[in-house]
Design a protein. Structure first.
Length: 383
């Protein structure tokens, strides 16, 4: 059933693309391909698929890998047919508006104080209408990313609307105390200040540039300050008897036990991976669904080669996105969206595993945002 839903979602994306790209007067452009990046991803996918015939993978991993390979064809159509900006703008608008409505509904139905009283823990992290504070945090962080993009590149009307919606989502993100989502969102907002300002400066004077830059800067200040406060509080609980910090215990605490999970996973790595269902990982006697690191999860389940190829793919994708976003000639709205999506997903994937782009907004945004990293339009040189 899960595979059918994933393939159905891909079919809808394909139909949407064909309908838009096939409109009368659509302009086709020449595109260049990032061969090294494409080769890395194909190598990762091939290794993982071969491993899937040797033993079981995590639930839903193989169909998601297959769909992600098929998505590359969509990327080519999007970039070649000159409709990518339309897609990312509408996706960002819908994502920000929908998540902001969800956040407001969560606050109305389950206020933070009511949740803490219901859970019996005065320090309980806010989950809203989800089942997990990290999922709620990731949802809000994805919306903040969309808001930063809209503030930088959209029309004046949407730029003005995106500011309060982004602030609302950032506030709920702080309530969840999801350190991973907060880390990713802070980095995205910082990148938005740097790269997004360049987009804003290209606009006309009447586009509220100064207000947009100030709003994004204040958003970064709030998120980063909250993250620093969380870490300082946790550091005081992990001091050795002689007053020095037990750094492994400290990192294990701020990562909610991930350091121990990673240490156990590294000890079990194999060339073609292991069956994660038959060989689960445990933390404090509780079975873990994954390693809480996407590259390590692929290495554990699909093999060392797959994990290494995926890690290199992520690093190269971030590098390519940075290069294009800060290029004097290639920087545009698509490059900014790619940078925000790729960078935030990379940071988030260091501590979480969301491989299902149908159910997890971060994976969906990454699946769409990585397109300009694989392909980019070739600009005609003046004769």
């Amino acid at each position: 059933m899960k595979t059918a839903w994933i393939l159905f979602a891909f079919a809808l994306l394909a139909l949407l693309t064909v309908s838009v790209a096939g409109r009368p007067g659509a302009r086709l452009r020449k595109v260049s391909v990032n061969i090294p990046l494409l080769s890395l991803y194909i190598a990762f996918a091939a290794w993982a698929i071969i491993a899937s015939f040797m033993h079981r993978l995590y639930v839903g991993m193989r169909p998601n890998i297959l769909v992600s390979v098929l998505m590359i064809g969509l990327y080519y159509i999007w970039i070649r047919s000159d409709i990518y900006k339309l897609i990312i703008t509408r996706l960002s608008r819908v994502m920000l508006a929908a998540v902001a409505c969800f956040a407001l509904l969560s606050l109305c139905k389950i206020p933070p104080e009511t949740w803490r009283l219901f859970s019996g823990d005065p320090a309980a992290r806010y989950v809203g209408l989800t089942a997990n504070p990290n999922n709620m945090g990731a949802l809000m962080a994805g919306a903040v990313m969309c808001g930063v993009f809209l503030i930088s590149c959209d029309t004046v009307r949407w730029r003005v609307a995106a500011i309060p919606l982004s602030v609302l989502c950032a506030g709920v993100l702080l309530l969840t105390e999801s350190r991973t989502a907060l880390f990713a969102a802070s980095a995205v907002v910082l990148l938005g200040i740097i790269a997004g300002t360049r987009q804003l400066m290209r606009k006309r004077r009447g586009s509220h540039r100064r207000a947009a830059i100030i709003a994004v800067a204040l958003l970064f200040a709030a998120l980063s300050t909250a993250g620093i406060v969380m870490i300082v509080k946790l550091r005081g609980a992990n001091l050795a008897p002689d007053g020095r910090t037990d750094w492994f215990a400290f990192f294990n605490t701020i990562s909610s036990g991930r350091a121990e999970i990673w240490r156990e996973a590294f000890g079990r790595l194999a060339l073609w991976g292991v069956d994660p269902i038959a060989n689960p990982l445990y933390y404090n006697g509780e079975e873990m669904l994954d390693t809480h690191n996407i590259a390590l999860t692929y290495a554990y389940s699909c093999g060392i080669g797959a994990g290494l190829a995926y890690l290199l793919f992520e690093l190269c994708a971030v590098g390519a996105a940075l290069k294009r976003a800060f290029s004097r000639t290639a920087a545009d709205a698509a490059s900014l969206f790619a940078l925000l999506c790729v960078a935030s997903f990379f940071l988030y994937s260091l501590f979480e595993v969301n491989i299902d782009f149908v159910r997890f907004p971060y994976m969906l945004l990454f699946a769409v945002g990585v397109a300009p990293v694989f392909f980019r339009p070739v600009r005609n040189k003046p004769s």
